[in-house]
Design a binder for this molecule. Structure first.
Ligand SMILES: Nc1ncnc2c1ncn2[C@@H]1O[C@H](COP(=O)(O)OP(=O)(O)O)[C@@H](O)[C@H]1O
Ligand SMILES: [Mg+2]
Length: 242
């Protein structure tokens, strides 16, 4: 597999606290991988470390083989990595379209090029056209998540990092959001999803990584990994699988 993004012994700390202990992972163009694991396992930290939001050594993160660890987030965006952060972090008080325009302006400013336009985004999530003039805070959680994904796509990513995009949403809305992933992948974009719902993580991705206390405890093809393997990797060997 030729990785578009890879990590090599990725280590990350918050002050004295070590949150990642040498994580090796990779994703290929057009591939979707899931990152699962209990609360506090280090999933968000892993995405933040890739994005340049935490200090890491340059050789610990590679984009198309080139070392990029510790590169500032804006430069990571310019090089084709975008994140849908935990909690969405939209610009409240601004309309749906203005939120999206911020991303388009940012992409233009840093010279990120790609095929995502407002029109294409409206095809992917028609509600964003309907609600274009509405302040984002008036939208439902699922609609806000679509704005957050749209904002990341308009940065023209080659790698899309998604942190718990299904959290707190109704099953029907989750299905709508996950239904967009194949279309995004069809553009050659690689996707990394942090997902608490193991069934969803398995069905929506090619491969998965399970993390426990800052380490990868299991990786393999999503369709082949069993519930028992996941249970053990999730809680550590010796814990009862429920
Ligand atoms: N800003 C922070 N400062 C200190 N510790 C943090 C910070 N953010 C996360 N941590 C700690 O790092 C570990 C991994 O957290 P996180 O990556 O958020 O886990 P996950 O996303 O898998 O729930 C946890 O022990 C958490 O308490
Ligand atoms: Mg998290």
């Amino acid at each position: 597999m030729s990785a578009v993004l890879s990590t090599h012994g990725l280590v990350a700390r918050y002050g004295d606290f070590q949150a990642l202990y040498g994580v090796d992972a990779e994703v290929a163009a057009g591939e979707a991988v899931a990152l699962i694991g209990a609360n506090g396992a280090g999933k968000s930290t892993f995405l933040r470390a890739i994005m340049g939001l935490l200090p890491v050594a340059s050789e610990m993160v590679r984009l198309n083989g080139a070392p990029v660890g510790g590169t500032a987030p804006e430069r990571m965006v310019a090089q084709g990595v975008a994140i849908v952060p935990e909690g969405r972090r939209l610009f409240t008080g601004m309309s749906v379209e203005d939120n999206l325009r911020v991303a388009m302006d940012q992409a233009a400013r840093v010279g990120a090029k790609g095929g995502w336009t407002l029109e294409r985004l409206h095809q992917l999530f028609p509600i964003l056209k309907e609600k274009a003039r509405i302040p984002v805070q008036s939208l439902s959680g699922g609609q806000q998540q679509m704005v957050a994904i749209g904002r990341a796509l308009l940065c023209q990513p080659k790698v899309l990092l998604c942190d718990e995009i299904s959290l707190g949403l109704a099953p029907k809305v989750i299905r709508e959001i996950y239904a967009a992933l194949p279309e995004i992948r069809a553009q050659g974009t690689a996707i990394v999803v942090v997902e608490q719902d193991v069934g969803l993580a398995k069905s929506a991705t090619d491969r998965l990584y399970c993390m426990l206390e800052g380490r990868v405890t299991l990786t393999g093809r999503s369709a082949e990994i069993t519930r028992e393997q996941i249970g053990e990797a999730y809680f550590g060997a010796g814990h009862a699988v429920v």
